[in-house]
Design a protein around this ligand. Structure first.
Ligand SMILES: [Zn+2]
Length: 91
């Protein structure tokens, strides 16, 4: 079933593993904690300053912002989002 957000859903732990493979400097425990905290904010209804729901994976790095404001792109089909946050309608 296509999702409104167009992201590639990924489990939090799978993403941490994937990310740390290409970014060996990243502390897995630290990244996990940041993602969990950001996911909680997402679930609590935190939004980007533009009004869109936040992109958890990007927001864990740069603060509470949506995909469009972080990347400048509206095509998220090649980007991951934590599966629990893929229920958002983005645009
Ligand atoms: Zn935004």
């Amino acid at each position: 079933m296509p999702r409104a957000s167009g992201f590639k859903p990924i489990g939090l732990r799978d993403y941490v593993r994937l990310h740390s493979k290409s970014n060996p400097d990243v502390e897995e425990a630290d990244l996990t904690l940041r993602l969990r905290e950001t996911l909680e904010k997402y679930k609590a209804g935190t939004r980007c300053s533009c009004g869109a729901p936040i992109w958890v994976i990007g927001s864990a790095e740069v603060g509470n912002m949506c995909f469009k404001c972080i990347t400048g792109s509206i095509d998220s089909s090649e980007d991951y989002e934590i599966d629990e946050a893929c229920d958002k309608a983005m645009f």
